[in-house]
Design a protein around this ligand. Structure first.
Ligand code: DX5
Ligand code: ZN
Length: 217
């Protein structure tokens, strides 16, 4: 069974609370909240006040916050205060990873570290033992609806093996980008235990059924 973290980026923003409720009731383990600053990636999305409102409306939701911003360290406290459960930032960002991981833990959240398609998986190794989540991007971050890049599979296999070797069985190994019913089985086989899906869920005729089908893989 895969755990599913639906990416709210593809949801109907005029009915965000209801969209969250629908996928949670269908068994989504987390809600993936994509934050973009128009600098680290060429797109803008939502920020702290939106998370705050969702957290208030859905106190039982666990938010998996994905920061695609140049200076994550500057925003960790604010997102933690707004209800984040896990905060994931990019290794390619300007914030020193050690410091950011420490700040996330000090703020009471789980820490996640993400890599873009061009970054080798081994770059995560020095941090793995201190992380609750490792995120392998299977598209260039910035936009939903892109095609899955199969090179992510080798990275997942590598990180899965390294986590096992280190006895870090509680690590969330997350994959994000182009995940759907066609690409998810290979991600699962490669060791991913947390699948992000935006288009495949919220653009499906029946998002709840899409969550259930992905979760059954
Ligand atoms: C992309 C975001 C993803 C995105 C995934 O930069 O990090 O979470 O919403 O969307 P799909 O599932 O449509 O590829
Ligand atoms: Zn994401």
């Amino acid at each position: 069974m895969a755990s599913i973290s639906p990416s709210l980026l593809s949801a109907d923003f005029s009915a965000l609370g209801q969209e969250c409720r629908t996928v949670m009731d269908a068994g989504a383990r987390m809600l993936h909240f994509d934050v973009m600053d128009g600098h680290f990636v060429p797109n803008l999305t939502v920020g702290v006040p939106v998370l705050q409102s969702l957290h208030k409306a859905l106190p039982d939701a666990f938010f998996d916050v994905h920061l695609m911003v140049s200076r994550p360290l500057d925003y960790i406290q604010a997102f933690a205060g707004a209800g984040a459960g896990i905060i994931t930032f990019h290794l390619e960002s300007e914030s020193p990873a050690d410091e950011a991981i420490e700040a996330i833990h000090a703020a009471g959240c789980g820490a996640g570290l993400a890599i873009r398609p061009g970054t080798p998986a081994k770059a995560l190794l020095p941090f793995l033992g201190r992380l609750e989540l490792a995120l392998v991007m299977s598209v260039e971050p910035g936009f939903g609806g892109q095609a899955f890049q199969p090179a992510a599979l080798e990275k997942l296999r590598f990180l899965y093996a390294e986590a096992q070797k280190a006895g870090h069985s509680g690590l969330w190994l997350e994959v994000d980008g182009g995940v759907d019913e066609r690409t998810a089985p290979a991600c699962r086989a490669a060791g991913a235990n947390l699948l992000v899906a935006g288009t495949a869920i919220f653009c499906a005729p029946n998002p709840a059924a899409a969550v259930r089908r992905l979760g059954a893989l």
